[in-house]
Ligand binder design. Sequence first.
Ligand code: ADP
Ligand code: ZN
Ligand code: ZN
Length: 753
Amino acid sequence: MSYQKYADIIIDISHENLDKTYQYTIPKEFFASAIIGALVVVPFGRGSRKINGYIVGLSNEPKIDIDRIKPIDHVVEDAPVIESHLIYLAHWIKETFGGTMNDALKTVMPIKKAVKIKEKRRIVSIKPYEELSLLYEEQKRKNNAARIRILEALLKNSYLDYDDVTKKLKISKPTITWLETNDVIKIESKQIYRNPIEKQDISYTPVTLSDEQEHIVENILRDYNEGIRNTYLIHGVTGSGKTEVYMEVISAVVASGKQVIVLIPEIALTYQTVNRFYSRFGDRISILNSRMSDGERYDQGLRAKNGEIDIMIGPRSALFTPFQNLGLIIIDEEHEGSYKSEATPKYHAIEVAKTRAKLTGAFVILGSATPSMESYYSATKGEYKLFHLSKRAKEASQPKIWVVDLREELRQKNRSIFSRKLKELIEDRLNKQEQIMLFINRRGYAGFVSCRSCGYVIKCSRCDVSMTSHVQGGYSRGKLLCHYCGSQEPMPNTCPVCGSKYIAAFGTGTQKIEEMVKREFPKARVLRMDADTTKNKGDHQKILSAFAHHKADILVGTQMIVKGHDFPLVTLVGIVAADLSLYAGDFRAGERTFQLLSQAAGRAGRDRIPGEVVIQTYNPEHYSIVTAAEGDYQSFYEQEMLYRSLMQYPPASHIMVILITAREEDLADKAIDHAGLVLKDYINTKQLSSKIIGPAPAGLAKVKDTYRRVIYIKEANYNYLVELKNYFEGYFNYSIQFAGCSLQVDFNPMSTY
Ligand code: ADP
Ligand code: ZN
Ligand code: ZN
């Protein structure tokens, strides 16, 4: 084996200026350990300060004058090594989503430090049974109590737990040493990985797949066995049997000697979900979640690497599980926003999964009841193979859905936040001792302005998203602002359409609803679940478990109550203000509303008791609401796609966000204006048809004394945007105009900035 003499190293500092590799010589003693992905310590800079770095390349050619190449100080022993394909993946992530190579490496290898591994020791008898019993008799004659105790135990069991021997049998160290030196026993030590899954005694009951399920499994496995690697999208309502399909495919992939990653949003990674996988695959599965310590997470990575498990289940970060022979990546609830990283690099798990799969010869399955516009669009273009599961696996009646027009309530002089229909049904359920969930979809809520008489919502004429009122503090007083282009308008006193004076910033909170419920239904027992009531670890579980045990009649909450929980006694779901998510001021508002309403509807009446859903809105004719009430995904997709195409929003086009932040407002303003000019110049020179929107203050214009300014760029060709990003990042790092500013880049953002 011949070793290479030079290593290319990425220095462990998150700073764009250092985002390149440096060459070092490899001293002989590290030839074997200095492999790609290894963590090393190197002298860096003028003072040769010792600093960490990763080896990303090896060669025998010096790139600069040999005298100027410094040697590696040492290779860090026992540090996890990054797989070489993960280094490639990191590079791809950096290129595709922005940020530094160092950020990207940290993403693919989240736990940097090796954590001490627990060891378990045991005492093993190495003498044949007869000799052991002779020795036992001899010690009995000598009346040596300690030796008698341990020999007696060894006659019964050929090995003993070391701790049991010292603690329970009370055998001292000299006795053990005596046995060891006389070749009676040897001490073995074994690494014990923390296993996050408690062992269960649940048996697996196989199901017979339906024809629809069977069809999907057959198709996917036929491709797999023929060596065809595709991406598959399974569109099936909750309870239609997607998970059974996943498990069937997983079991074939594992049987072929490969490993599987299953991504599930953290909020849906419940005890029941894990148990289902455990009952089928036993100890060959492991999980990752944010509640685990670094040590536990590290152990799970090692178990994967050492081939002790075949299946890793977890949220976004589980994507980087260091399996040696990855065969399949499944992304359940693929429409979930949490699959997009909020920290730089702002990568999307689906794109990364497809790239990792391509690098390793694996394939990808996406599943959802409400596929994202992006995924469904890819499927219609033939990039993904699309499958449908049209029926629920277990017979459950579909809930009855009422869409209530709140404008009509106002006309009938009902000013309460509960419509007459919702009130009537709440009373009915309270009488029958059934349970109720009341929910407001607050996510993305940004204070839009609407007319309670006619439902008119003020929108930006250029961007076709609702404008946001900025009443107190912030960037502008009493004004309406578009989060994309920065357009401003004064807040009107009367509705521009019907002249009504009931035009105002829309607002309601879970706390207000809780108060109203207590006032209107004084006998009802009410629980509230939102960000305020779930600040501490375990709060979440406490509230859900109290509700599950019928300690309350009504659960009031934000969208966190809608996901992944089954409450068989819930027969009424009320969506108090569907408009909150509908006018969130970003282009995904309609899609998010459709998803949330569909999910909420799925919560009502999941057992034998049929359920009812009341959707309260000022815009009952909006297609997101109409199609969600009818459970018609296809029709929603078509109408939403019209809007996206018309406005050049993803997936019809791509959007890149340039976010510049600075501690001084003036600096931020100047920097973003300059950025606008630089970008415009580049686009003109290259004769691109990209559109620049802004510059504008971000929706969150000031966070923690930092001013935030944005530019959005629409461009149909993603590669052009990547080139533009590379150009701009380079310019930003070396131009004096941006001194004191930070830059963040985001492609196809999940929400406004
Ligand atoms: P999804 O993942 O689409 O929500 P699941 O796979 O969890 O659906 O299925 C919902 C329920 O129906 C589960 O309890 C599951 O065990 C059951 N189920 C799914 N497929 C079948 C089948 N073919 N026969 C019987 N029960 C099934
Ligand atoms: Zn009006
Ligand atoms: Zn606008």
